[in-house]
Design a protein around this ligand. Structure first.
Ligand code: ZN
Length: 82
């Protein structure tokens, strides 16, 4: 994991902890070498970090930084309302 990813993983972990998540260690993406992902041990929501985001992307993203631990995920909510 390069220095940029290490920094992003620290930021992402902080954001997720602030939302009540208990994140697993980041794992490097199999194909995208600039991407690492982690899931919450409790609710399974994911956060991904990208040390080389495209201009229309951001370095940290995923449901774990957008939603609290135990919140209904966007996709679950969508399935219910559809
Ligand atoms: Zn969680």
């Amino acid at each position: 994991m390069n220095a940029q990813l290490t920094r992003l993983s620290r930021e992402a972990r902080e954001s997720c902890r602030g939302r009540g998540h208990d994140m697993q260690p980041f794992r490097m993406h199999t194909y995208y070498k600039t991407v690492a992902v982690s899931n919450c041990r409790k609710c399974g929501k994911q956060v991904s970090i990208n040390s080389r985001p495209m201009p229309n992307e951001i370095g940290v993203g995923g449901e774990a930084v957008a939603l609290g631990c135990g919140d209904v995920s966007h996709w679950d909510a969508f399935a219910v309302s559809a």
